[in-house]
Design a protein. Structure first.
Length: 56
């Protein structure tokens, strides 16, 4: 793979790899979904009312 091309314009040189950007978006989206799920679950258990002790 050629890393330097004197015929490329400035915008072409500044553009990143499509594969790398797709992977970056996929990883950060997955991390965001996992963190949001954990926070929702944590809030559910923290805010849940205490169990009522009935007659035994």
């Amino acid at each position: 793979m050629q890393t330097y091309d004197p015929h490329k314009t400035t915008p072409e040189v500044l553009q990143g790899s499509r594969h790398t950007m797709n992977m970056r978006v996929l990883v950060w989206s997955t991390v965001g979904v996992v963190v949001a799920s954990v926070l929702i679950l944590l809030a559910f258990f923290v805010l849940a009312p205490a169990p009522v002790a009935g007659p035994i």
